[in-house]
Design a protein. Structure first.
Length: 272
């Protein structure tokens, strides 16, 4: 949510910064509104996730920073859990069950802080790959594209670099650790390959951005969203890389449909 909205915010700024009626107060208020909406989005998403998706496992309860009167100090059988009376919160190697009537806003806030702290992809992936320089090769890069979705086992990156991500025992949840584009492109262990690949991908992304900008009649909003989607995919790259054609195929189709829309509109206007 935050990246999509920031892409639009950037487009508004670029579109109006040279205008005579440019209003910095308006942009300040808009930025504050974006931050507030982002916080509400994360908190509400965490609440729904904890309420409806962490239900259905045999659980042992362990003390943590929550007040003791909020915690059911016993093991709760699977058949006694329900979305109506229990809230289950994951915490590393154990889960905590809390009565919903005792739920505090601080729980959602703590998950917001956790998300903001731990959901960054980048340097940790590079360090993990560099730590196994003995296995890096172009063959390893090739094998990574053979990875397929499996709900019951870890993905290629986790298994290859011994990251020890435990498969979640809940049947409706699948978590993954991502290497990011830089770490992924260093699978062959070649800095030259990494450099050439990054330059090529930057040119590729910039070309798509320029094409989307021109086809949409220089619509900054459209090209900003397209660029954001590509950048987001590059940053969070590494899980099921062979499926990238689905995202880029969708982008190409969208750009073509926009081109077709303007082409037909132009033809129709001329006839009128």
């Amino acid at each position: 949510m935050i990246f999509s909205v920031c892409a639009l915010y950037f487009a508004i700024y670029k579109f109006t910064k040279n205008a005579k009626n440019f209003n910095i107060f308006f942009f300040s208020k808009t930025l504050i509104l974006i931050i507030c909406l982002f916080y509400l989005s994360v908190v509400s998403s965490n609440f729904l996730r904890m309420t409806y998706f962490y239900i259905g496992a045999d659980i042992s309860i362990k003390e943590n920073s929550l007040n003791t009167n909020q915690i059911n100090k016993k093991s709760i059988p699977r058949n006694e859990l329900s979305a109506e009376n229990s809230l289950i919160i994951p915490n590393e190697d154990y889960l905590i069950v809390i009565n919903k009537k005792n739920l505090k806003n601080t729980i959602s806030f703590n998950h917001f802080l956790s998300l903001a702290t731990f959901r960054w992809v980048g340097i940790d992936g590079v360090m993990a790959v560099l730590g196994r320089s003995d296995i890096l090769s172009f063959e390893l890069l090739k094998k990574s594209f053979l990875d397929r979705f499996d709900l019951t086992s870890s993905q290629f990156y986790e298994k290859t670099f011994n990251l020890g991500n435990k498969v979640n025992e809940h049947k409706n949840i699948k978590g993954n650790i991502l290497p990011g584009m830089i770490a992924f492109l260093y699978y062959p262990g070649s800095l030259l390959f990494l450099f050439v690949s990054i330059v090529s991908l930057c040119l590729f992304a910039s070309t798509i951005e320029f094409i989307s900008f021109m086809i949409s009649k220089k619509n900054m909003f459209f090209s900003s969203l397209i660029s954001m989607v590509i950048a987001y995919r590059f940053i969070h790259f590494g899980y099921l890389p062979h499926q990238s054609y689905l995202l880029f195929g969708s982008l190409f189709l969208l750009i073509f449909l926009v081109f077709l829309f303007f082409y037909i509109s132009k033809k129709f206007t001329k006839k009128i």
